[in-house]
Structures are given as structure tokens and as C-alpha cells.
Design a protein around this ligand. Structure first.
Ligand code: NAD
Length: 307
């Protein structure tokens, strides 16, 4: 299989590239390195440092004619989307359209898209399903939702096959402290610096934290399965920020001080995603319990220190 991974120098994309190469795929990475890093990219992958909005990006897909395009490149910072909605839309909407046009023209067999639980906004539901109302409360959630609609229409108009994966909050090694779901990376950074955690709100906000390697397996399952479906990739379990602090205290052995401050605009209070569809359609299930995933992520962040 030949694959293009947009955003392959980023946190999730680089893990996906690694696994694809391990499975014998030829992999091309399309990433302008705005938040990704060259050192994240597997040496056997071919890297193209281009913007997904550019003609060059289109030409690369046209020339390489991959079987599959995993589209992960994005402006993935909720806060930045609030400050710079135009930039967010340029990357997440226009960039996606550019990649879709290239996929159509290169007769790519399938496009697999990284979407987000942010499309639902502040739904007051214990467990969200794919059929629930989408009411984003950040421009990031809105731009991802809009990109999803373009993907569905490209299928209707041109037959381009797709799977849309809506991830919960992804965490794991190599996550930067900046992007969406970066709370665990931020906390680990604080532990290293022996600094207190800043918690926005009362810490009782919950998220569905999913380990990056589980997300990678869902992407790979989507190559053959889940055609024309929108599927949540999640653990279907809620963890509060306060619980996270407790687990990290236990894992690191450091007493962690938490400083509570005001909530931020665009932040979602609770988010937990049903994963029945992923289990059925992708024959996938999450394998890594949060405590184990946090332990692996903590170990990696300490290893980075040693090097
Ligand atoms: P990341 O910032 O680490 O990765 C994004 C990558 O895209 C980076 O390598 C960046 O350099 C690249 N990129 C950004 N703009 C680009 C452009 N214009 N042209 C080319 N490359 C560009 O973020 P991540 O956490 O790995 O997220 C990957 C995908 O998963 C994103 O689409 C994000 O919206 C989605 N997602 C992430 C989470 C999460 O919890 N991390 C949750 C839901 C969805």
C-alpha cells in the first residue's frame, strides 16, 4: 500500500506513519512543520515540507497517486481558532478542499479524515453518539465540521470514498503542550519543571482520553472498513481533570499543587463518546487503559530529559 499522511510530522500523524511503515507501506508525509517536527518523522518515510493549501501539495498527491490519504494536518489549537478564525478556516476548510481535489484527480481509493469531538460543542449528554446534534462552540469545531461536510459532498459528487474519524482527547508520547487535548502534555511538562498545574474551572470537567496507539489502529482499520461512515474513536469513559491530577501524582511520585482559575471561552464541560460504531464497523476496540497510557507517556517524557 502507498499512503500519504498529511500532518505526519505531528503528534498523532507521526505514530501513524511509524505503524504504516512497520506494516510495509510506502509512506509520503505532507507537513509544513508549523507544529510538527522533522525528528518525529520515521526515516523511511518521504517527507514533503509543503502547506496543504498549496499547489505543490496537490501536485505531490497527483504525482505519487497513493492508495490512501490520511488527512491529519490541521490547525488543531482551539484557543488559536478563537483568536484567528480566518487562519483556522484557511487550514482546516480550504486546506481540506485542496487535498480532496487532489484525491479526486489522482483517483485515490480512500481518504481518512481526523475529526474531533469538538464538533458537538457543549452537548449536555453523558454519552455522545455520532447521530447527536453538532453545535460547535469554537471555530476549530466549526471548521472540522465544515470539512466533514465537504468530504461527504466530494463522495456524492465524485465517488471519493472516505471514513471520518471523530477522536476523543488523544494523548501519548510526543504530544506537544499546545494542541487540542494537550492537557496531559502540559501537566507532564509542569511535573518536570516542578511547577503547579493551572486548572481552568473546578477541575470536574471531563474528557474521553484515548491513547495515541489506539487511534492509530482505528486509522489503519479504516483503510478496509467503515466506508462512507462517520465514526467516533474513543474509550467511552470519562476522566475528570482532577482524576488526572491524582493519577499523575501516583505515577510520578511527586505531590502536585493545583491552582484553580476561571474557565476559558470555547472550552467544553463534558465530553464522552460512545464507541459502539467503531467496535462494529471497524472491528476495533480501545486497548490501553488510561493509567497504563499515562505511565507510558510519563516514561517517555522522562526519557526525553535524559537524551
Ligand atoms: P499536531 O499539531 O501535532 O499535528 C498537526 C500536524 O499538521 C503538524 O505536524 C503540523 O505541522 C501540520 N500542519 C498544520 N498546518 C499545516 C498546513 N497548513 N500544511 C501542512 N501541514 C500542516 O496535532 P495532532 O494532535 O497530532 O492532531 C492531528 C489531527 O488530529 C488534527 O487534524 C487534529 O485536529 C485531530 N485531532 C486531534 C485530537 C487530539 O486530542 N490531539 C483530537 C481530535 C482530533
Amino acid at each position: 500500500m502507498k499512503a500519504v499522511v498529511t500532518g505526519g510530522a505531528g503528534f498523532i500523524g507521526s505514530h501513524l506513519v511509524e505503524e504504516l511503515i512497520l506494516q510495509g507501506a510506502k509512506v509520503h508525509v505532507l507537513d509544513n512543520l508549523v507544529s510538527g517536527q522533522l525528528k518525529n518523522v520515521h526515516p523511511l518515510a518521504v517527507i514533503h515540507t509543503n502547506d496543504i493549501c498549496s499547489q505543490e501539495a496537490k501536485q505531490i498527491i497527483l504525482r505519487e497517486k497513493p492508495d490512501v490519504v490520511f488527512h491529519l494536518a490541521a490547525q488543531a489549537d482551539v484557543g488559536r481558532s478563537i483568536r484567528e478564525p480566518g487562519y483556522d478556516a484557511d487550514v482546516n476548510i480550504n486546506g481540506t478542499i485542496n487535498i480532496l481535489e487532489a484525491c479526486r484527480d489522482a483517483s485515490v481509493k480512500k481518504m481518512i479524515f481526523a475529526s474531533t469531538s469538538g464538533v458537538y460543542g457543549n452537548l449536555q449528554k453523558d454519552l455522545i453518539s455520532e447521530e447527536d446534534l453538532t453545535m460547535p462552540i469554537s471555530y476549530y469545531g466549526l471548521s472540522k465540521l465544515t470539512a466533514e461536510s465537504y468530504i461527504r459532498l466530494f463522495h456524492q459528487l465524485y465517488g471519493l470514498s472516505y471514513t471520518i474519524l471523530r477522536y476523543g482527547n488523544v494523548y501519548g508520547p510526543r504530544q506537544s503542550a499546545k494542541g487540542e487535548g494537550g492537557v496531559i502534555a502540559i501537566f507532564l511538562d509542569r511535573i518536570k519543571k516542578r511547577m503547579p498545574f493551572t486548572i481552568y474551572g473546578d477541575g470536574e470537567q471531563t474528557r474521553d482520553f484515548i491513547f495515541v496507539k489506539d487511534v492509530v489502529r482505528a486509522n489503519i482499520a479504516a483503510v478496509e472498513k467503515g466506508n462512507q461512515k462517520t465514526i467516533q474513536v474513543s474509550t467511552a469513559r470519562s476522566t475528570s481533570v482532577n482524576q488526572l491530577v491524582n493519577m499523575l501524582t501516583q505515577i510520578s511520585g511527586f505531590p502536585i499543587k493545583a491552582v484553580y482559575t476561571h474557565e476559558r471561552p470555547g472550552d467544553i464541560k463534558h465530553s464522552c463518546l460512545d464507541n459502539t460504531k467503531a467496535r462494529q464497523l471497524l472491528q476495533w476496540n480501545p486497548k490501553i487503559p488510561i493509567f497504563n497510557g499515562l505511565t507510558e507517556t510519563y516514561a517517555f517524557s522522562n526519557m526525553k530529559d535524559v537524551r
